[in-house]
Ligand binder design. Structure first.
Ligand SMILES: [Zn+2]
Length: 473
């Protein structure tokens, strides 16, 4: 844990308490003290003031109104991590270890074991009415890994309006219910400007035209697609880039997930057309034995993000994928990324690719208060995040609401919340599952009940509910 100069803090708190602004007292507001990682800047002994769902002020000399709860976290405070590549409804399933490498995504999707281990249990949980449970389990799992925004939600999977409610609450679902835009009564639940398509080459011609038109007129600002997923030498995967281009999708606003089979030639075209890249090394290496040539992508100056894909073959969450990437990076000669660059690939860069970088992904006034607090013995603020374990997550705040964290902090910040205990690597954490319960209406389930129902469904197939996270021994 970082040493904080208590005298400085006490003086600061007293000074700011005297400069009171009473009109604030009614709002949900609190101030956190710690090392702020904006993430382009590190501010030691900083203060972040949250008012309502937004950040009001950050810095060393913040005027905190009288009556504000002030909490010295003794940790590092980052923007909440942004996960632009996930398939949430699969993350309750245990890890799949196929024990072989595949040439591309079509190969593993065709093997019988994939169906037995993943698609059949997932489909059965849906048939049993547990679709929302899978979504909520995955959102909590994402939050445990430090994420405050995700994509790849339930709605993406089945497009059923009656299932939409349970996606609201907990993490922001950038492709369905981000909470970043004002509600539109004419298009309930559909105000998002980001679209996530797992396989854009299967879109019908009319939809291709619609998406291109929407990207042109600004009703859609971000289009995120899976592409070129396979071994770096796989010609079929590489060919997908030309197919994407033929559909008009090599254009600003588009980001490519994976791109393992892409090379300098394609990266240069991506740079020239401002197409982004989302890297998921763990899943790539598990399935294909290799990952994207991110060194060439960096040389082409692509904007790159990092994300876990899904927990069956990727990471349980963003923190875990960051650590995997940091370990991979340290083994490269010379390393491809600096520690600061890796942290930016989980915060400001995905915000840029999702075209929400004026609202989330940074710690700045008027940004949504999506915060991740990590306790660490590391001195370096970037290293502290890359080497954090999920049990080091002290607090996650989403839109100004403390969602999850150490019991002591959660009780101070959310004394009226119905907190439930979640054990993460043997460490008790408090979770506010309340927002989900309220949104589910008349028959609310608790977190405990959600996990029991999912586990029962899986038990019938000889499987058990996936862990929220793998833990170091
Ligand atoms: Zn994927």
């Amino acid at each position: 844990m970082r040493t904080v100069d208590r005298k400085v803090w006490t003086g600061l708190i007293l000074a700011v308490a005297l400069s009171c602004l009473p009109s604030w007292a009614q709002q949900n507001q609190f101030a956190l003290l710690g090392t702020l990682v904006t993430p382009t800047e590190v501010i030691e002994n900083g203060v972040i003031l949250v008012a309502g769902e937004k950040i009001e002020a950050i810095g060393k000399d913040v005027k905190v109104p009288a009556g504000t709860k002030v909490i010295d976290t003794g940790g590092f405070i980052y923007p909440g991590l942004i996960d632009l590549h996930d398939h949430l409804t699969w993350n309750f399933l245990p890890r799949w270890k196929p024990n072989r490498e595949f040439a591309n995504r079509y190969e593993w999707q065709a093997v019988p074991e994939y169906k037995i281990v993943l698609t059949t249990p997932e489909g059965k949980a849906f048939d049993e009415g547990l679709a929302c449970d899978t979504e909520q389990y995955a959102e909590v799992k994402a939050i445990v890994g430090g994420a405050t925004s995700v994509i790849g939600s339930l709605n993406q999977w089945n497009q059923k309006p009656d299932k939409q409610k349970c996606i609201e609450g907990l993490a922001r679902n950038l492709d369905f219910y981000s909470g970043l835009y004002p509600a539109n009564p004419d298009k309930p639940g559909n105000v998002e400007k980001l679209r996530n398509e797992v396989f854009p080459l299967e879109l019908p011609e009319g939809e291709v035209t619609n998406i291109n038109k929407a990207l042109g007129d600004g009703t859609l600002t971000a289009f995120i697609v899976h592409l070129a997923e396979g071994k770096p030498t796989d010609a079929a995967a590489n060919r997908e880039f030309r197919m994407l281009k033929a559909r008009g999708f090599v254009r600003p606003g588009v980001s490519i997930i994976h791109g393992v089979a892409l090379h300098q030639l394609e990266f240069q075209q991506m740079h020239d057309t401002q197409v982004g890249l989302i890297w998921s090394p763990r899943s790539n290496i598990a399935l294909y034995g290799d990952t994207t040539d991110v060194r060439a992508a960096k040389q082409a100056q692509l904007t790159m993000a990092i994300a876990p894909d899904w927990s069956p073959t990727g990471s349980d969450g963003m923190l875990q994928e960051l650590k995997y990437a940091a370990t991979w990076n340290a083994g490269q000669s010379p390393p491809v990324f600096t520690d600061a660059e890796l942290v930016q690939m989980a915060t400001i860069n995905p915000a840029k690719l999702a075209k929400v970088n004026s609202m989330i992904g940074s710690l700045a006034p008027n940004y949504f208060a999506d915060l991740l607090v990590v306790k660490s013995r590391e001195k370096d603020a970037y290293r502290a995040l890359l080497h954090a374990n999920p049990s080091d997550v002290a607090l996650v705040v989403i839109g100004g609401i403390p969602a999850y964290g150490d019991p002591e902090l959660m009780e101070k910040l959310a004394p009226r919340a119905e907190l439930e205990t979640v054990h993460v690597c043997g460490v008790p954490k408090s979770l506010d599952f309340q927002s989900e319960k309220l949104l589910q209406g008349t028959n609310p389930k608790s977190w405990k009940q959600t996990t029991e129902d999912l586990n029962r469904s899986l038990n019938e197939w000889g499987e058990t509910l996936a862990h929220l996270t793998e833990c170091p021994n």
